[in-house]
Design a protein around this ligand. Structure first.
Ligand SMILES: [Zn+2]
Ligand SMILES: [Zn+2]
Length: 245
């Protein structure tokens, strides 16, 4: 029977002692299920663009993309570069419903954010998960961004605003479109739910991975147009520029 380890993990999680590391099965000796060795080996985000968190060779300078076209969001906060083993862990959380992994990654991103708040990053008025189109939600059964946002909200003591935005349609065949058409296509995919007022609010959009930033950009555009004062993006991982990894 292979149900034993799961039961063991559940018991350990409940009692919060002697947790095993979710990555190597060794005793974690930490208040979360990850041992120090595995934690240190994670691809923590190093020097990056202060605006979009793109990994860069030198810290503190805007990347070429942000210099050429300043994004609608103010700042991206990511815990990791999208690289091994974080890419695998995110995929297992997302496609194999391995929620303890998602919970662990959210907790570690929460620690990064608490540290950033203590260094002066303004706390948002609320967290806002990137919505999934209804069809995709039916296929997958859950929205991984919403789960991350709920866990983060609890840890950071912030409201989780899940009923602000909807993804009115999926956006397939994006690759076939030019950059401008792609931006327009995405922007039209998101809309505020009726009766929602974001005037003057500082919101942080939560997603698992930030790749081109086009989705974040589209949501920031919709929120800013509706009067939001500031939009930040919180994500687990940021992909390096293609060919840079
Ligand atoms: Zn470990
Ligand atoms: Zn940038």
């Amino acid at each position: 029977m292979n149900c034993q380890p799961t039961i063991k993990t559940m018991v350990y999680n409940c009692t919060n002692i002697n947790q095993t590391c979710l990555l190597c099965d060794a005793p974690a000796h930490q208040p979360y299920p990850l041992c120090m060795g595995c934690e240190q080996e994670l691809p923590w985000l190093g020097d990056h663009c202060p605006r979009c968190a793109l990994p860069l060779a030198i810290d503190g300078f805007l990347c070429k993309g942000c210099r050429r076209r300043p994004p609608g969001f103010r700042q991206v906060v990511a815990a990791w570069e999208y690289a091994f083993p974080i890419d695998t862990l995110i995929s297992r959380f997302k496609h194999n419903s391995q929620w303890p992994l998602g919970r662990l990654m959210a907790q570690l991103l929460g620690h990064v954010l608490e540290h950033r708040y203590s260094e002066g990053l303004p706390r948002p008025d609320g967290l806002l998960p990137v919505p999934l189109a209804r069809r995709r939600l039916r296929q997958r059964g859950f929205n991984q961004a919403a789960m991350l946002a709920r866990w983060l909200a609890r840890q950071l003591n912030l409201p989780c605003c899940e009923r602000l935005l909807e993804r009115s349609r999926d956006t397939p065949a994006q690759q076939a479109l030019g950059a401008r058409a792609r931006r327009r296509n995405l922007r039209q995919a998101f809309s505020l739910l009726p009766g929602v007022d974001v005037e003057g609010l500082h919101l942080a959009v939560v997603d698992d991975v930030l790749t081109t930033g086009a989705t974040a950009q589209a949501i920031a555009h919709v929120l800013r147009k509706a009067g939001a004062r500031r939009v930040d993006i919180y994500c687990l991982a940021r992909t390096p520029r293609p060919g840079q990894a």
